[in-house]
Design a protein around this ligand. Structure first.
Ligand code: GAR
Length: 206
């Protein structure tokens, strides 16, 4: 069974949805470690309560030393046996751009969730971007992480409609509900070896 490392920065609701699904639906992956780059991330307490090991690597102590920060993350992942051959890394509201070195080392073994229908509205404040643009639909995307910002091969997307009465706040809430559906699903597909990548396309086998 593969080992899972989850990287968070805050609330950790996506992390929680993944951990719950692993337990409830018996997804064949071992939640080995949750790492936060912030010591006050709410998700840390949730992970502990669910019996998952946690670690804090405080990014504020690595100003201008991004590579060293990533090296510390990698060595912590390895410590818990989340290796490129034996592991999966999920970015779940991890608000840091990871280095090409990290991405290369864990090629096609890092997933991210983004609160928009990529390739629309990448980067920060995706829900605000969709509202301001006047999009009629938005949603969320789980994708493999590559060297770009939110550009990697897409695994699953969830769609929500943007109604007349929606605000950034209500849209964010609607999208989050979808996020909690599709991220555990993507982890399950990975764990069951149902994903293959050809160029930019991710094939899901049945
Ligand atoms: C989620 O909405 C996630 O899509 C977003 O941060 C939130 C984290 O919530 N991620 C990004 O915007 C990454 N670019 P959570 O901590 O409750 O999972």
């Amino acid at each position: 069974m593969k080992n899972l490392g989850i990287l968070i920065s805050g609330r950790g609701s996506n992390m929680e949805s993944i951990l719950k699904a692993i337990k409830k639906q018996k997804i064949p992956i071992n939640p080995a470690i949750v790492i936060s780059n912030k010591s006050n991330a709410k998700g840390l307490a949730i992970a502990k309560k669910m019996g998952v090991q946690t670690a804090v690597i405080d990014s504020s102590k690595y100003k201008g030393r991004r590579l060293q920060f990533d090296e510390e993350i990698i060595s912590t992942l390895r410590k818990y046996n989340v290796t490129p051959t034996n592991g999966l890394v999920c970015l779940a509201g991890f608000m840091r751009i990871i280095s090409p070195h990290f991405i290369k080392e864990y090629k096609n073994k890092i997933l991210n969730i983004h609160p928009a229908l990529l390739p629309a509205f990448p980067g920060l404040d995706a829900q605000k971007q969709a509202m301001e643009f006047g999009a009629k639909y938005s949603g969320c995307t789980v994708h493999f992480v590559d060297e770009g910002v939110d550009t990697g091969p897409i695994i699953i997307q969830g769609i929500v409609e943007i109604g007349n009465k929606d605000t950034e706040k209500t849209l964010t809430k609607k999208i989050l509900i979808k996020e909690h559906e599709i991220y555990p699903k993507a982890v399950e597909l990975f764990a069951k070896k149902k994903l293959s990548i050809k160029g930019r396309r991710v094939r899901i086998s049945s």
